[in-house]
Design a protein around this ligand. Structure first.
Ligand code: ZN
Length: 302
C-alpha cells in the first residue's frame, strides 16, 4: 500500500496506470467528473444514451493511456437506427470531448441492439507526424455484437493485441469511470494462474462501487494481495480542437453556392461547434475571402 500512498492522487478527472506485480497484469483506472459534466451538458441526452456516451468517454481515456501515441484516439459506435452515432475522443494530452446523436425515446438500460442495425465499432488513432502535414491514420473496425459495450471492446483487444483484456465501464449523472486489466505478454510462460486470480477479483467489482469509490481505496480494496503498484497518474480535462480555420475548411468543402446560401437574408452565417458550443460567424466578406483562391484583390495589384 505504501506505493499507492507515495503518489499524490488527485480526486477527479485523472487516469491511473498500475501493475499487479504478483499476477503479471497491467491496468488502468479512469475517473471523469468535470470533463464528463461538460460533455453531458452539450445536449439534452436521454439518460440511457448519456450512460453509454459516458462509458465511451471513459474508454477513450483508458485506451489513450494504453496505446503509446502522439495525437488523438477516438471511439465511434455507428448504427443504422435510433442511435446513428456515439463519438468519444481523447488526445495524448488528455483532452476529452464527445457527442451522440439519437432519435425518439430511448429506454434504460440501453442494450447495443437498440442502437440500430449494422452496428459497428470503430477505433481510430490519428498520429501527428509533423506540423502542417497530414496525420497518419489507423482505424480498426469490429462489428458491435452482444449487448454490453465492454464485450465489444474486449473482442477488439483480443483481435488487435491477442492479449486477454477485461473492462468495466460505468457512468451516471456525476461520474464516468472505467477499469481495464490486461495480461502482460511476458507473463504468458508463467501460466494463467495470476491472470485468473486478477479476473476473479475484478469480477467482484460492481458498477455502483466503481462509480462511488475513490480510486485509491478501490485499487487497494480489489488488488492489495496482488501487489498493486501505481506507475503514474495523468490529469485529464475537457478540450475541443475546433477552430475558425477548421470551420472555414468545412465551409469551403460545401462549395461557394451553398456557403453563400447560408448568409442569405441575414448578417452572417453562424456555425456552432457541436462539441463545445463555440460559435463562429462568417459574413459575406469573410465568405468572399474564403472562396477567392488568389487572395484579396489589392494585394494582387501590388
Ligand atoms: Zn469545439
Amino acid at each position: 500500500m505504501e506505493s499507492i500512498d507515495s503518489i499524490a492522487l488527485p480526486e477527479r478527472d485523472a487516469l491511473w496506470r498500475f501493475v499487479l506485480e504478483r499476477s503479471g497484469v497491467r491496468g488502468l483506472l479512469v475517473r471523469l467528473d468535470e470533463s464528463w459534466a461538460r460533455v453531458r451538458a452539450s445536449a439534452d441526452y436521454p439518460p440511457a444514451l448519456a450512460d453509454l456516451l459516458g462509458q465511451c468517454l471513459a474508454a477513450a481515456a483508458l485506451f489513450t493511456g494504453h496505446v503509446k501515441m502522439q495525437g488523438r484516439l477516438s471511439i465511434q459506435l455507428r448504427a443504422d437506427g435510433p442511435v446513428p452515432r456515439v463519438f468519444a475522443e481523447c488526445t495524448h494530452l488528455g483532452r476529452l470531448r464527445g457527442i451522440a446523436q439519437w432519435q425518439g425515446d430511448l429506454h434504460r438500460p440501453l442494450g447495443l441492439s437498440q442502437l440500430g442495425d449494422d452496428r459497428v465499432l470503430a477505433i481510430t488513432i490519428e498520429t501527428e507526424v509533423a506540423t502542417g502535414r497530414e496525420p497518419r491514420r489507423y482505424q480498426g473496425l469490429v462489428p458491435l455484437e452482444g449487448e454490453r459495450i465492454e464485450t465489444a471492446f474486449e473482442a477488439y483487444f483480443d483481435r488487435s493485441e491477442q492479449l486477454p483484456t477485461r473492462l468495466l465501464l460505468a457512468a451516471d449523472a456525476v461520474h464516468a469511470t472505467g477499469l481495464m486489466l490486461q495480461r502482460l505478454p511476458e507473463s504468458r510462460e508463467a501460466g494463467s494462474e495470476g491472470w485468473e486470480t486478477a479476473v476473479a477479483l475484478f469480477e467482484t467489482l460492481a458498477e455502483s462501487e466503481l462509480l462511488e469509490s475513490d480510486p485509491q481505496s478501490l485499487l487497494f480494496r480489489l488488488f492489495h494481495q496482488e501487489g498493486v503498484r501505481v506507475l503514474d497518474t495523468r490529469l485529464l480535462g475537457f478540450g475541443c480542437s475546433c477552430s475558425r480555420e477548421r470551420v472555414a475548411n468545412v465551409l469551403r468543402s460545401l462549395g461557394r453556392e451553398e456557403a453563400f446560401a447560408a448568409v442569405e437574408g441575414r448578417e452572417q452565417a453562424e456555425i456552432r461547434c457541436e462539441f463545445c458550443g463555440t460559435r463562429y460567424g462568417f459574413d459575406r466578406v469573410d465568405l468572399g475571402r474564403l472562396f477567392d483562391e488568389s487572395g484579396p484583390g489589392p494585394s494582387r495589384l501590388q
